[in-house]
Design a protein around this ligand. Structure first.
Ligand SMILES: CC(C)(COP(=O)(O)OP(=O)(O)OC[C@H]1O[C@@H](n2cnc3c(N)ncnc32)[C@H](O)[C@@H]1OP(=O)(O)O)[C@@H](O)C(=O)NCCC(=O)NCCS
Length: 167
């Protein structure tokens, strides 16, 4: 499949409402069947509330990238330094344009940043039941490092694999 010719730009404060809306759209298309609707709502508020995103934009250890195709915002990748490692923290592509290489382009963009900063690998966490995402990460060179169950508050846990891609 040929890949879409996308443009990657940093997220800026005026983009915050649109990123929050796009996140909800993609989460609603992706996570029912993997986590409950209550957990989706809880995690969207926790991670994509406007104040949280404005705070993320001011954090010098976080990078928020967004992708556009023909002027339309179609996805985003957030990366950060967490516990001394370079982490791909969020990768979300609109269902209309999934499986056309956009995720791969954003992974390459983030991996390049990690490499320039001298990190030996990129790490991420993915729900154990999110087969589509796991397949895509494996395609781009990630392997499973370990399984984790993390308490995220509100009575919810993230039941994840930690994956890493060596640079
Ligand atoms: C996972 C995700 C980021 C991948 O981005 P993408 O742009 O669709 O991926 P790419 O086109 O770069 O890579 C495609 C690869 O992903 C995997 N993949 C994507 N969609 C798939 C599907 N419906 N079924 C199975 N594998 C799939 C395959 O390995 C595929 O490679 P192939 O087409 O050669 O078989 C994207 O599908 C997405 O946003 N999903 C919903 C949200 C999500 O789960 N995000 C990850 C949270 S950790």
């Amino acid at each position: 499949m040929s890949s879409l010719n996308i443009e990657i730009r940093p997220v800026t404060p005026p983009d915050v409402p649109a990123i929050s809306t796009l996140a909800r759209e993609i989460w609603q298309a992706s996570y029912p069947g993997i986590i409950t609707q209550e957990q989706i709502d809880f995690m969207l508020e926790q991670r994509y509330g406007h104040e949280r995103l404005y705070d993320d934009l001011e954090d010098l250890h976080k990078w928020l990238d967004q992708a556009f195709f023909e002027g339309r915002r179609i996805g985003f990748a957030f990366s950060e330094i967490r516990k001394g490692e370079f982490k791909l923290d969020k990768l979300y592509i609109h269902p209309d344009v999934q499986r056309q290489g956009v995720g791969g382009r954003l992974i390459a963009h983030v991996a390049e940043r990690a490499k320039k900063q001298g990190y030996p690998c990129v790490v991420l966490q993915v729900n154990k039941r999110n087969a589509k995402a796991i397949n895509s990460y494996m395609k781009y060179g990630f392997t499973v490092r370990e399984a984790t169950v993390e308490d995220i508050g509100g009575g919810y846990v993230m039941d994840d694999f930690v994956m890493e891609k060596k640079l």
